[in-house]
Ligand binder design. Structure first.
Ligand code: ITT
Ligand code: NA
Length: 199
């Protein structure tokens, strides 16, 4: 059974492959890059769930193959949930993790503990070519450091310290991050749904 990972973010692909494999899914995962004819998808949704469904639906409809998508981001309490769905382009440059992180740190420079609370959020969506759709969400709560630390992961990982840990997400091993992450929680919840709907 084939399943397309409807993401062009290589970091997500790596994490999703590990998460879905550890959930025991017996599927043949294919990257979205295997379908270059599918146009880039405009993320016009107002929520992580809407955007994840949009990405999965577009791939499934265009290819006739079931697809899963991830829409995710960092929600900072003192910023009313921003960057949120704009996390990948907070600096104005889509996918420029360094610029996005530096701008956010500058915006929070004068904010001290205990006001630096935030969470990563992930919506995991499954879409079948017949129009069947499911979406589930996961979260990873923590606090934001004043300086980046660690070289693992991607995006805002070097500044988010998960609740209950003294390290940032970028200082965790991939297995440690997947065990507690927003993406791990969301896709482990979606795995049995994928198993059931793909038959
Ligand atoms: P696709 O839409 O192709 O999947 P994308 O990178 O554009 O790729 P999103 O729109 O979902 O994906 O944006 C996700 C952004 O949120 C990502 O660029 C990071 O800045 C941030 N993010 C998401 N998950 C993260 C994680 O596990 N660790 C750190 N930052 C994360
Ligand atoms: Na997005």
């Amino acid at each position: 059974k084939r399943l397309i990972l409807a993401t062009r973010n290589a970091h997500k692909v790596r994490e999703l492959e590990a998460i879905l494999a550890s959930a025991g899914l017996d599927v043949d995962l294919v990257g979205a890059d295997a379908y270059p004819e599918v146009p880039d998808i405009k993320e016009t949704g107002l929520t992580f769930a809407e955007n994840a469904l949009l990405k999965a639906r577009t791939l499934a409809q265009a290819t006739g193959v079931p697809a899963v998508a991830d829409d995710s981001g960092l929600c900072v309490d003192v910023l009313g949930g921003a960057p949120g769905i704009f996390s990948a382009r907070w600096s104005g440059r889509h996918g420029d993790d360094k610029a996005n992180l530096e701008l956010l740190l500058a915006q929070l420079a004068d904010i001290d503990h205990p006001h630096r609370t935030a969470h990563f959020a992930c919506a995991a969506a499954l879409a079948l070519p017949d129009g069947t759709e499911r979406v589930v969400e996961g979260r990873l709560p923590g606090t934001l450091r004043h300086e980046p630390s660690g070289t693992g992961g991607f995006g805002y990982d070097p500044i988010l310290q998960p609740d209950g840990d003294t390290r940032t997400c970028a200082e965790l091993s991939p297995e440690e991050k997947n065990a507690i992450s927003h993406r791990g929680h969301a896709f482990r919840a979606l795995a049995p749904v994928i198993r059931e709907l793909l038959g």
